[in-house]
Design a protein around this ligand. Structure first.
Ligand SMILES: *[C@@H]1O[C@H](CO)[C@@H](O)[C@H](O)[C@H]1NC(C)=O
Ligand SMILES: *[C@@H]1O[C@H](CO)[C@@H](O)[C@H](O)[C@H]1NC(C)=O
Ligand SMILES: *[C@@H]1O[C@H](CO)[C@@H](O)[C@H](O)[C@H]1NC(C)=O
Ligand SMILES: *[C@@H]1O[C@H](CO)[C@@H](O)[C@H](O)[C@H]1NC(C)=O
Ligand SMILES: *[C@@H]1O[C@H](CO)[C@@H](O)[C@H](O)[C@H]1NC(C)=O
Ligand SMILES: *[C@@H]1O[C@H](CO)[C@@H](O)[C@H](O)[C@H]1NC(C)=O
Length: 420
């Protein structure tokens, strides 16, 4: 029994490690610094997944004159940070090619003539323009899995690309156009980063993202979108839309995206959200900070972290967030950030019944015409309950299903003692 369960745990760890590796990407910055418990592996963390394979056979020591091929990683060629203006000839055995931080403007077919087993190319931090890429130069690389083109001068989504491609990083370019056929023939792509470009609604209109059948993550942060991106594939798990100008979420928008695990939409213009918009059975992280929300919304049971700071919320109506309580299937919320809203009163303690796993409510400073005497003395509520206290609150809740708001008020004192 012991061995079986240990095997199960190891299996789980391996699987988790794989998941983390597949979802490397980029860290979304300082915004989460105040978040105290970052132990969960499902964030968009950056974990470069490059695996250098040391072959078991001797390799002819062939390397471009301008570059370095370490004896310990003979399948990798390092040509980064060298002020190169052209791509050197790539020897036949190279799998990983590092060309980042150069002055390369063009991607010509010549140097790639022999590079048939290339799996990964890092061309980030160069000066590549779309029309300076030889047509089909990437598409020929039938083993290419990762292509890094962030921090270049691309005005258009590069295409055609090889069918083998799994990760495509295009952040920090000037992309404002996506050709109608650009998304075709990418059955294996799992991760697409388009943050920090010039994409607006018209650029995405009519583009069939849904043909990317294995897409798990799409990053569209820091663009110019005013509406939600259309036609995303049902495989999607991570959606990043921070810092656009999106003002609404259509009714049932997420019903086609049941696998969403993390949704980031901070720094948009959201005002009203359909009450049931986030009825997503796998959602763990929801970030709607820095919008114009006036009202809270339904919180799915799976959700663990909720960020709604810097909005226009005056009252957190817990009944809206949690219309019913199912003791057999409790809400998983552990962390809520509500600072910089227009709250005038503490959050109803009913929240702690609806969300029994809450550890922290970050209340912080509130904006607006607030009478200083109503500012709370402690900006952070933390739950430190003993198991007995926990049971007690559970019992309390069962006998108080029909409490009035007033009842909640009187309970505040009891809870304040526990949630300093
Ligand atoms: C490709 O390989 C052939 C044979 O080794 C060599 O003569 C040629 O220069 C190579 N071309 C490039 C672009 O590396
Ligand atoms: C590619 O280059 C960028 C810029 O130096 C670097 O941050 C990144 O880690 C590199 N990625 C890989 C997979 O080599
Ligand atoms: C897509 O991925 C699958 C599974 O890893 C692999 O068997 C297949 O060869 C890939 N397709 C292409 C075109 O590389
Ligand atoms: C939002 O994006 C704009 C460019 O589109 C950028 O200038 C600004 O710094 C970004 N703001 C945040 C909070 O990331
Ligand atoms: C909270 O929402 C519920 C359900 O819509 C409503 O019946 C109740 O009046 C609201 N409470 C407050 C204080 O707004
Ligand atoms: C703040 O609230 C206190 C007590 O409710 C009241 O006496 C005072 O006049 C209020 N001050 C302002 C500026 O509204």
């Amino acid at each position: 029994m012991g061995i079986l369960s240990q095997l199960a745990i190891i299996h789980l760890l391996l699987w988790a490690a794989m998941v983390v590796c597949q979802h490397e990407d980029y860290d979304f910055g300082d915004e989460y610094d105040e978040e105290p418990d970052h132990e969960h592996p499902y964030y968009f963390n950056f974990h470069p997944s490059t695996q250098h394979e040391v072959p078991h056979f001797p390799i002819p020591a062939q390397c471009a004159r301008e570059c370095f091929c370490p004896p310990t990683f003979p399948l990798s060629m390092y040509c980064d940070h060298r002020k190169l203006t052209t791509i050197p000839n790539i020897p036949i055995h190279i799998q990983q090619l590092y060309l980042q931080n150069n002055d390369i403007e063009a991607v010509l077919a010549g140097p790639f003539t022999n590079a048939t087993i290339l799996r990964e190319i890092n061309l980030s931090y160069n000066k590549i323009k779309f029309h300076m890429i030889d047509h089909g130069v990437f598409a020929k690389l039938s083993n290419l899995v990762q292509l890094h083109l962030q921090h270049n001068e691309l005005e258009e989504f590069p295409f055609p690309l090889p069918r083998s491609l799994e990760r495509l990083l295009l952040g920090f370019n000037k992309i404002s156009r996506i050709s109608r056929h650009a998304l075709e023939g990418l059955p294996n792509i799992t991760m697409l980063d388009l943050c920090n470009n010039f994409l607006d609604d018209s650029a995405l209109k009519g583009k069939q993202f849904s043909i990317l059948k294995n897409l798990m993550q799409i990053n569209l942060c820091n663009n110019r979108l005013q509406t939600m991106p259309p036609d995303l594939p049902p495989s999607l798990m991570y959606l990043s839309l921070e810092n656009n100008s999106i003002s609404y979420i259509p009714e049932n928008y997420f019903s086609r995206l049941p696998k969403i695990i993390a949704l980031r939409m901070s720094h948009n213009n959201l005002q009203n959200i359909p009450h049931n918009a986030f009825n997503l059975p796998n959602l763990l992280e929801l970030n709607l900070g820095h919008n114009k929300l006036k009202q809270v919304f339904y919180i799915p049971r799976s959700l663990q972290h909720l960020y709604i700071e810097d909005n226009d919320i005056e009252i957190i109506n817990v009944t809206l967030m949690c219309p019913s309580i199912d003791p057999m299937n409790t809400n998983q919320l552990t962390y809520v950030r509500v600072d910089q809203n227009k709250l005038t009163a503490p959050i109803s303690t009913y929240a702690f019944f609806c969300f029994p796993h809450i550890r922290t409510i970050y209340y912080g400073e509130q904006n607006g015409n607030v009478n200083k005497s109503t500012q709370l003395r402690t900006p952070v509520f933390r739950r430190f309950l003993t198991p007995e206290e926990y049971d007690e609150t559970e019992d309390d809740h069962e006998t108080s299903d029909h409490e009035t708001e007033e009842d909640h008020e009187t309970e505040d004192n009891y809870f304040h003692a526990n949630f300093q």
